[in-house]
Design a protein around this ligand. Structure first.
Ligand SMILES: *[C@@H]1O[C@H](CO)[C@@H](O)[C@H](O)[C@H]1NC(C)=O
Length: 196
């Protein structure tokens, strides 16, 4: 019983340490593979890119069938225009990891015909090591404007939710709650240990 509690406490502390100090790997779109968004949720990557607490050293994980898709890093200008002719970086092995090693905005889309215009585009804002965000450049602002107007064809009648609407907050909440409940569980496990 005591051994079990020790094991549980160690595991919880490990989890806690990983959560607090570790670099996170974020699977782009979570359950959805990296692909053109379904027409029912054309802004899935816009929301996703806004809703995760990215920090310097984290990584993005793009999962997709390599025969059907790829992930290209592009400039803000190319992102706004869906110009995939000359990407900064092409990832096409189907299991692509991109490390967020520099502060600032990074832009991704797919070089497959039509995919960018369907909304398969992701922008992530990476803060500096002390958690500050760089001021967006003019190109960044133009790219973000294009992103908020996305996509022209997929949702003809329905207005897209604005970037700042409250739904975005819900995605932050579980992480905070998660860290809190891990703390609580660790504290509980430790007090059980002390009690025994
Ligand atoms: C990304 O980071 C991981 C873990 O730190 C490292 O193993 C990998 O080589 C890095 N990838 C690139 C492309 O730099």
């Amino acid at each position: 019983m005591a051994a079990l509690a020790t094991l549980a406490a160690s595991l919880l502390l490990l989890l806690l340490l990983a959560d607090v100090c570790g670099a996170a790997m974020y699977k782009v779109g979570e359950l959805d593979a990296w692909a053109p968004p379904p027409s029912s949720k054309p802004d899935v990557y816009v929301r996703w890119g806004k809703s995760r607490p990215f920090k310097l050293g984290d990584a993005l994980f793009f999962l997709y069938p390599p025969s059907q898709d790829d992930a290209v890093q592009v400039t803000a200008k190319a992102f706004a225009a869906c110009d995939v002719a000359d990407p900064l970086l092409t990832l096409d092995d189907g299991n692509s990891v991109f490390n967020l090693t520099a502060p600032g905005r990074v832009y991704f889309t797919s070089s497959q015909p039509g995919h960018c215009r369907k909304g398969q585009k992701l922008s992530v804002d990476v803060p500096t090591a002390d958690g500050k965000f760089l001021a967006p450049s003019a190109d960044d602002q133009a790219a973000l404007k294009a992103l908020s107007a996305l996509p022209p064809a997929a949702a003809p009648t329905e207005a897209l939710p604005s970037l700042s609407d409250s739904d975005d907050d819900s995605a932050d909440a579980p992480r905070v709650a998660g860290a809190g409940s891990v703390l609580l569980a660790a504290a509980t496990a430790l007090s059980v240990l002390v009690f025994l």
